[in-house]
Design a binder for this molecule. Structure first.
Ligand code: ZN
Length: 486
């Protein structure tokens, strides 16, 4: 391995190829470990792309690298935002500007940026031009307080927001469900800060050379992307074990301290909000009941609340890991278009084989890329299903419901509640036909089925690109991707 490392370093001396390394993978797959090894060997420095690690505090629950790990290789973008900071500096945009600065600095020093993520749409915004830059006006306006902040906007509620957006940017409004409060607020925010419709900015992005249906072109040529994946059973087991490790590292004490320092007062003031900033971090809100329990409950009941929190944390961690993997499949492996960099899969299922299955293949791939050769390992590619419109607007007049997304619409017209309305309407029509003796020219069921097949495609409406995922109207799983505060 020493020889190949040398080859890589020599190549890096000339120019940095690959332009950057991105280590993707669900929580618990050992991304940091690989990143540190790559960084140490290839004159690299690590940049965290995790929206929760930017905040000070909650080091255990947000899984920050330890001081020991930081000593092995420099890390950036960790613990630099005050947990109580509101809005502006905790935004995706500010994070992004700072991150780009780090990448530039490293490139200037002929060092290799190794990005470890983290938060899906943060990584996406590093690779592709998908982030809507609201320009210099943004800071000026924000500081003078001349616009309503996104958090304040969100408080107005979906219907009111949707109405406002419809007035200024009907194209965008048509792509968003009134319940999608965060996205609607974001679009309104873009409009008030730039005076330009969000839908126009997204459209412009997609009209650039090298753009695809999901956003603008790649920002850096030749990025090298690794995806750490694992058998699901092995991953689940590891995730549970990791929660137990967190507990032995002092998770409960960390949560209690943090709660006392930052959260207690908010709860007293009735201003707690687990939807923004570090407070939405996985593993914090799960302990809300435990942390806020009064002194009047018994020790035993208190202990029960703690166990309940731990179980909830395990569950939510598993769910989050699945979500992260799904995102890699949808936004990388199935991403249509020609501007998708190769993604190299590394199997982390068996930890005891880590060097053979993870580290050595990764170094070999980097070695080949540095020499300008094709790596002997093939990148992963899954055939995409093509662009499905996740943002198309459907109105079911029968149910008086707005449905966003083709897939959701198809599900709706097959749903029990819709079919119930169809039958009800048919019955009502039959009754009135009998009464009036007039035949109906189009049977109502057929009429609504027909509508389902003729959904219109709105160009460029597949995403607002900050984070993937459709708004599902009738599902229980209304859980939000963490930290969408851009
Ligand atoms: Zn319906």
């Amino acid at each position: 391995m020493a020889a190949s490392t040398l080859g890589v370093q020599r190549a890096l001396g000339k120019s940095v190829i690959p332009s950057l390394v991105v280590v993707l993978g669900a929580t618990g797959t050992g991304k940091s470990k690989l990143a540190i090894e790559i960084g140490k060997r290839l004159k690299g420095e690590i940049i965290s792309a995790d929206s929760m690690q930017v905040y000070e505090g909650l080091n255990i629950i947000t899984n920050k690298v330890t001081a020991e790990e930081q000593a092995q290789c420099p890390h950036h973008m960790i613990s630099f935002v005050d947990p109580l900071v509101k809005g502006l500096y905790a935004t995706h945009f500010i994070w992004f500007v700072s991150l780009m600065q780090h990448i530039e600095d490293l490139h200037r020093q002929k060092k290799l940026p190794v990005i470890v993520g983290g938060t899906n749409y943060y990584i996406e915004s590093i690779l592709w031009d998908v982030l809507v830059d609201t320009g210099e006006n943004r800071l000026e306006n924000a500081q003078s307080g001349s616009f309503i902040s996104k958090v304040e906007l969100e408080k107005l509620g979906g219907l009111e927001l949707h109405k406002r957006l419809n007035d200024v940017d009907p194209e965008m409004a048509a792509m968003l469900h009134p319940n999608d409060v965060r996205k609607i607020a974001r679009s309104l925010q873009v409009y008030q800060e730039t005076g330009v419709k969000h839908s126009c900015l997204l459209q412009k992005q997609k009209e650039q050379d090298g753009a695809d249906g999901l956003g603008g072109p790649l920002r850096f040529s030749n990025p090298c992307i690794f995806w750490l994946h694992s058998d699901l059973d092995a991953l689940d087991e590891r995730l549970d074990k990791r929660v137990d490790e967190m507990l032995s590292l002092g998770l409960v004490k960390e949560l209690k301290d943090f709660h006392q320092r930052f959260n207690e007062k908010k709860i007293q003031d009735n201003s707690q909000d687990y939807q923004h900033g570090i407070f939405q971090s996985i593993g914090f809100k799960e302990f809300h009941e435990y942390l806020t329990a009064g002194r009047d409950i018994s020790q035993e009941d208190h202990e029960k609340l703690k166990i309940k929190g731990i179980e909830a944390l395990k569950q939510v961690t598993r769910r989050y890991a699945r979500k992260q993997n799904k995102w890699v499949r949808n936004r990388f492996l199935k991403r249509p278009g020609s501007n998708v960099p190769p993604v190299y899969g590394l199997d982390v299922t068996d930890v005891s084989l880590w060097e053979q299955t993870v580290l050595n293949p990764a170094l070999d791939i980097l070695d080949s890329l540095c020499k300008g050769e094709q790596p002997s390992v093939e990148p992963i590619k899954i055939e995409g299903e093509g662009l499905r419109n996740k943002r198309s607007h459907h109105m079911c007049e029968l149910c008086d419901k707005v449905i966003i997304g083709d897939l959701e619409w198809t599900a709706h017209i097959k749903s029990k509640s819709h079919l119930h309305h169809v039958r009800k309407k048919r019955k009502a029509e039959e009754t009135s036909e009998h009464q009036q003796g007039v035949g109906s020219d189009v049977p109502s069921a057929a009429k609504y089925q027909k509508q389902a097949g003729s959904t219109s495609y709105t160009p460029g409406s597949d995403s607002d690109t900050l984070e993937p995922g459709t708004h599902r109207n009738n599902t229980r799983d209304n859980e939000k991707e963490i930290s969408e505060e851009s």
